[in-house]
Design a protein around this ligand. Structure first.
Ligand code: SF4
Length: 284
């Protein structure tokens, strides 16, 4: 009997999340678990232009955007970061995915002022991967633990409510990580709740996994798309990857995609969307 394999299909129900890749390769860190294939140099200048972002905002004027996510590599290395942030805040809330190394008290104060000029909120997703400084810095680079704790302290001083993004690199389980991280937060004066943590399984690019289930609660490709310098893609994992290509512009892009890559297997294993914020939980 001939059996033809067909991959499950995901449909974009609503474009609520607009991810924007401000740079694909520019980052001051080189984390062990990062899914980005970095060049040897840290001086790549592959920044997206403001005009491309303006065009995307224009083309999505009739979509029900809830949040714009500024991401990278490290989005805060973009030379026009502040202008882009202000531009996006005219439309809806903005979430910044960052390693926190560019956030100090002065920057937090400035960002609070920028937020105050708009009707929307700035949300931070800060990357930290282990509650133990040595283990964290082994994954993310020397000094990164102290930098991110300093960023958290600076942000809470100005009444921001950051989300800590943790990749379970050592496969310790969400409960253990949550307990340990809450203690760290308490020590630095941050009364973090469960919704201040987003713990994801590690996507190991050297160890391909198979899709062995079609059961998931939510996927990023069901509510969002990512804009890059090369066009529109299904999700941040598949940014600039031909398998995630949705189109070149928001005036004409595909709202369906096949669930067929190793990345998709990680999403399904993780159950909940890896990148988009679940606002029902965040607001609790
Ligand atoms: S990697 Fe995840 S979000 Fe991206 S297309 Fe696959 S299932 Fe969807």
């Amino acid at each position: 009997m001939n059996t033809i394999y067909t991959a499950p299909i995901s449909k974009l129900t609503e474009l609520n999340n607009l991810f924007i890749e401000l740079t694909a390769k520019n980052c001051n860190q080189r984390c062990k678990h990062c899914y980005i294939d970095f060049p040897l140099t840290k001086t790549v200048k592959d920044f997206i232009s403001i005009d491309v972002i303006k065009e995307a905002l224009n083309d999505t004027a009739n979509e029900n955007l809830e949040c714009i996510y500024l991401m990278g590599a490290e989005p805060m290395t973009h030379p026009d970061f502040n202008t882009i942030l202000r531009l996006c805040l005219k439309r809806c809330s903005v979430c910044i995915f960052t390693n926190g190394s560019f956030i100090n008290e002065k920057k937090a104060r400035f960002l609070k002022k920028v937020e105050g000029e708009s009707n929307y909120e700035i949300i931070f997703k800060l990357s930290i991967d282990h509650y133990n400084e040595i283990k964290n810095d082994d994954i993310r680079g020397r000094g990164s633990y102290r930098q991110v704790l300093h960023a958290i302290k600076s942000l809470i001083k100005y009444d921001f409510n950051p989300i800590l993004c943790i990749t379970d690199y050592y496969q310790e389980g969400k409960e253990t990580l949550l307990k340990e991280f809450k203690q760290i937060c308490q020590k630095i004066g941050f009364e973090a709740k469960d919704n201040n943590f987003k713990i994801n399984n590690w996507y190991n690019k050297n160890q391909p996994t198979e899709i062995n289930s079609t059961n998931w609660k939510s996927l990023d490709c069901e509510n969002g798309r990512i804009l890059t310098t090369k066009g529109i893609y299904t999700c941040p994992f598949l940014a600039n990857d031909h398998r995630g290509r949705s189109g070149s512009k928001f005036t004409d892009f595909s709202r369906k995609n096949a669930i067929e890559t190793n990345y998709c297997a990680t999403c399904i294993e993780n159950q909940e969307a890896l990148f988009g914020i679940n606002f029902d939980l965040y607001k609790d």
